[in-house]
Design a protein around this ligand. Structure first.
Ligand SMILES: [Zn+2]
Length: 152
């Protein structure tokens, strides 16, 4: 297994409607010359429910953030939506946070190593102005402590 010490969060810049975004993301990344989607997870609405869909296998390097060797070191999660225009729904935050908690515990990643893409790609807003990364980090940290205290 490669060394994983961070999680990088992205937005898809496509609205999350009734259509599945996953296929479009795979196509656009293949068009850019990747062998498959660059993200390890894609979070989107499938019928009435928000789910995390597994993309690229975790043991593979990602193709989502070239700065700071992040493709080598991190897990890339893409949340479907345009969060420069509207905030993510509560349901989207819930699915993302529980995925971050699981990954942080499995790979021993500290919650403060959950980063917005824009932390590294400073010219981008990704995952969006209205995406509350502080909330995601704080909730992830709080729930990791809870999980560890109560066992699972
Ligand atoms: Zn991004």
């Amino acid at each position: 297994m490669r060394n994983i010490d961070a999680i990088v969060i992205h937005q898809s810049l496509t609205e999350d409607g009734d259509e599945l975004n996953y296929g479009g993301i795979v196509d656009s990344h293949i068009e850019r010359g990747f062998d498959r989607e660059g993200y390890h997870y894609i979070i989107e609405k499938v019928r009435d429910r928000v789910v995390a869909i597994a993309g690229r296998p975790l043991h593979n390097f990602g193709a989502h953030c070239t700065q700071n060797k992040m493709n080598h070191r991190s897990i890339g999660i893409c949340v479907c939506g345009c969060f420069d225009h509207h905030a993510p729904s509560k349901e989207v935050y819930e699915v993302l946070i529980s995925l971050c908690v699981d990954l942080c515990i499995s790979f021993n990643i500290p919650a403060n190593c959950v980063y917005p893409h824009s932390f590294f790609a400073t010219k981008k807003t990704c995952p969006g102005y209205l995406f509350n990364i502080t909330y995601v980090k704080n909730e992830t940290a709080r729930r990791i402590v809870k999980e560890i205290e109560h066992g699972s």
